[in-house]
Design a protein around this ligand. Sequence first.
Ligand SMILES: [Zn+2]
Length: 474
Amino acid sequence: MSGVGMSGVLVRDVAYGGGRGDIRCTAGRIAEIGTGLVLQAGEEEVTGAVAVLPGLHDHHLHLLAMAAYRDSVDLGPECVASPGDLARILAGAAGAPTAVTGSWIRAVGYDASTGGELDRWVLDRLVADRPVRVQHRSGHLWVLNSRACALVGLEGDVQPGVERVDGVATGRIVDADDWLASRVPHGAPPDLAAVSRRLASLGVTGVTDCTPVHDVADLETLAAAVGSGALAQRVVATGSIDLAGAGAPAGLELGPVKVMVGDLAYPSVEGLAATMDEAHGRGRAVALHCASRIAAVLAVAAWEQAGPRAGDRMEHGAVLPFDLVARLARLGITVVTQPGFLFERGDRYLAEVEPDDLPHLYRCATLEAAGVGVGGSTDAPFGPDDPWLAMRSAVTRRTRSGSRVGPDEGVGRARALGLFLSDPGAPGGPSRTVVVGGTADLVVLDCTLARVLEDLDARHVMATVARGRVVHRG
Ligand SMILES: [Zn+2]
């Protein structure tokens, strides 16, 4: 693999925003920019490029879930257009067990609008003789067939989130991932190296993992992958309020504390404000998951009660009525948005979202005009993992079928790129720059910066340098 054993990188003759020259990366930093630099022993040379950008930072994704997706049956909208497709794919998956999931079939990306409504009895008609668990594409719902229900002890448990009708478990489990994970068999460890390679191919050199994990072991899994080099990117992790006082395992940086607002049940404003106070008291900012209008209203009210802290952010801000925008601006809260959802889910939004809410979906331009900082992310694996797709969506606001969601919320091309160039600690802040002394995180491009803006496409990523090493060559 390229970069192994190399002690530095020399990128030849590229435009970098501030000018043009050779860029030398040493010990994870940009050591020198100049013309005609001499290749030194142990340095890996990158030639034939045209320009570089600072490495992209995805401000919100889920690394372990991305790894799990790779070992799962894909029921996403590209694979399942009808309940018939769902039946065919699950039946096909009932073949050979995989190393990772054993006899279990783990399927992801399911959406009722294409696959039809699911419960244990519908799944039993598709696969009865092997345990099946199907994750909704939102990541918040699992549906188990009866065999799986029996294996995890669903009937006898009073776990919150286990849906019951007349006392009988339906196989549907909402927001109880930790509980479910403790009851399903664990196979091979997740392949984070494959996730890292995929991200590197997209020019992503840093990520913020926004999973509200309760168990420090999950952070240690990420830290170990950074330490071994399996994860080449810079990794910032959030964790839930339970881990607010825990230190970061070596190799990881700690970001804000992730707080879910709603989905299972909405918290009180007072409860939410108390959680904010606790995180702030421990020197941590908060990142509030707000995927509905109610969640956003509660979050803003809680911030007004607890007071904001630098680095506080709202994740998704999926539905933001305009009066909330002004209040977010006064509070100085950044919104971390996922324009890629407009492409992937936009047609469904247009069909299903309340007409009153449509103008408020995944705002971008009005946030910026009001002075609210906006950072970009993909929410992979629950949204498409390609930040360039998200950038194009931020500009065009187009859905998969070509319709547009809130076209007035579109931003310019440079701004769309900037959503992924901000510092991890300030997602709504200015773009990082390629400068001597800066971190050696670079997207090496096969074309001019002007052309990249025109296309906003990952195909122009010729190589990626992360933490001073070449981690991808196209
Ligand atoms: Zn997320």
